[in-house]
Design a protein around this ligand. Structure first.
Ligand code: AMP
Ligand code: MG
Length: 343
C-alpha cells in the first residue's frame, strides 16, 4: 500500500507513473495537467494528434469532465465496467487538458478492472490519462519489465502488479442514441458481448481494411487508427489459409531467409507449432481459446526482438470473439502485410 501512496502522490505532483491494468500496463498522468500529459507524449514518443484514454475509479468522476451521457453509454458502463471497454463521451469544455483529447470535443473513458489501478486512481483523486506504457510503435507492455525496457529513465516510477490478464487493449466504442454501437478499436470486450446489450453493433469502416498501406485507410474516426503500432523490430507478415498450406508457404520463405543469413521466428497457434521450422516458434495458445492468444501476443512479439529475429511470420486466426482484436493488432504489427494462401 505504501508504494501506491507514493505513486499517487507523484501523479498529484504532475509526474508520470506506469501502472498495471487488466489489459496492458498504462503510463498515467493527471488528465487535467497539461505539463504532465505532455510528459506522457514525450516519454512515449507518441504523435500529439493521437488522444489518450482517461481512466477513472468511480463513475461519479465523470460529472467533472463529460456532458450528458446517453442511455446506451450508461447501459454499457453498467454491464462492462470495470472492464476493458472505452466509451467515447462528450467532453465538458475547459476541464481536461486539451492535449488529452487532441483538441476533439469527445473524450475516451474507461474504468479498469484491476485492484491496483483502481486504488491508485482513487488515491490520486483525479482522472488519469493513460496510454499503454511502451515507446510509441512498440508492442504494448504486459509486464513491468516490458515497461522498464521501453521507458526506464523517462518516467518517475512503475507500480509492478505482475503480468496483465487480458493482454490486448480495451475495445473503444461510440454508443449512439439509436441503439447502435460503433467499434473504433477491437479489444478485450468482444462484438458478441456488445451485441448482448446494444440493438446493433457495427465496425467502423476504417477497421474493415485488412490489407494495403495505412495511408489508404479512409479518414480515421479514432485518431490512433492511422498509426503503425505494436511492431517488432523484424519484418512481420501475417499468413492466412489452411494450416498445411500456410506452413508449407512459411517454411519455404523461412528457408530462403535463413540462407540469406536472417534470423527467423513464427507466431502460431498451439495446434500447429509442430508444422514450423524456424529459429524460434512462439505459441499463441490454442485456437479454441483465443483469450490465450490475446494474453500472449505482445510478449511473443517482444521475444522475437530479444532473439534478434529479422524475418517473422504469424498465423492468422478466425475473427470471432477475441480473434478480432488479435488480428487487428497482428495486422498493425505487420504494417498490414497479409498473404492469403488459396488451397
Ligand atoms: P492507447 O492509449 O494507446 O490505448 O490508444 C488509445 C486509443 O483510443 C487510440 O486509438 C485513440 O485514437 C482512441 N481514442 C482516445 N480518445 C478518443 C476520442 N476522443 N475519440 C476517438 N478515439 C479516441
Ligand atoms: Mg498504445
Amino acid at each position: 500500500m505504501e508504494h501506491l501512496k507514493v505513486a499517487a502522490q507523484l501523479l498529484q505532483e504532475g509526474s508520470i507513473v506506469a501502472f498495471p491494468t487488466e489489459t496492458v500496463y498504462g503510463l498515467g498522468a493527471d488528465a487535467r495537467n497539461t505539463t504532465a500529459v505532455e510528459a506522457v507524449f514525450a516519454a512515449k514518443g507518441r504523435p500529439s494528434d493521437n488522444p489518450l484514454i482517461v481512466h477513472i475509479a468511480d463513475r461519479k468522476q465523470l460529472d467533472a469532465f463529460t456532458e450528458q451521457v446517453n442511455d446506451l453509454s450508461n447501459k454499457l458502463m453498467d454491464t462492462f465496467w470495470p472492464g476493458p471497454l472505452t466509451l467515447i463521451l462528450p467532453l465538458k469544455e475547459q476541464t481536461l487538458s486539451e492535449k488529452v483529447t487532441a483538441g476533439l470535443d469527445t473524450v475516451g473513458v474507461r474504468m479498469p478492472d484491476h485492484p491496483v489501478a483502481l486504488k491508485l486512481i482513487a488515491a490520486a483523486d483525479c482522472p488519469i490519462a493513460a496510454p499503454s506504457a511502451n515507446r510509441s510503435g512498440r508492442p504494448s507492455p504486459t509486464t513491468a519489465s516490458h515497461v522498464q525496457e521501453d521507458l526506464m529513465g523517462r518516467i518517475a516510477g512503475i507500480v509492478d502488479g505482475g503480468p496483465t490478464g487480458v493482454g490486448v487493449e480495451s475495445t473503444v466504442v461510440q454508443a449512439h442514441h439509436d441503439g447502435t454501437v460503433t467499434i473504433l478499436r477491437p479489444g478485450g470486450i468482444t462484438a458478441e458481448q456488445l451485441g448482448e446489450v446494444a440493438a446493433k453493433v457495427q465496425l467502423d469502416p476504417g477497421l474493415a481494411i485488412d490489407s494495403g498501406s495505412a495511408a489508404s485507410i479512409p479518414a480515421p474516426r479514432s485518431p490512433g487508427m492511422k498509426y503503425t503500432h505494436y511492431a517488432p523490430k523484424g519484418e512481420l507478415c501475417v499468413v492466412q489459409g489452411s494450416p498445411n498450406a500456410v506452413s508449407a508457404y512459411v517454411n519455404g520463405a523461412l528457408e530462403e531467409a535463413a540462407q540469406r543469413g536472417e534470423r527467423t521466428a513464427v507466431l502460431a497457434f498451439s495446434e500447429h507449432l509442430h508444422l514450423y521450422r524456424a529459429d524460434a516458434v512462439y505459441s499463441l495458445g490454442s485456437l479454441d481459446r483465443l483469450a490465450e492468444g490475446a494474453h500472449r501476443l505482445y510478449a511473443a512479439l517482444r521475444s522475437c526482438d530479444e532473439i534478434g529475429a529479422s524475418v517473422l511470420y504469424a498465423e492468422a486466426c478466425p475473427r470471432n470473439g477475441l480473434g478480432d482484436a488479435i488480428m487487428n493488432r497482428l495486422l498493425k504489427a505487420a504494417g498490414h502485410r497479409i498473404i492469403h494462401i488459396a488451397e
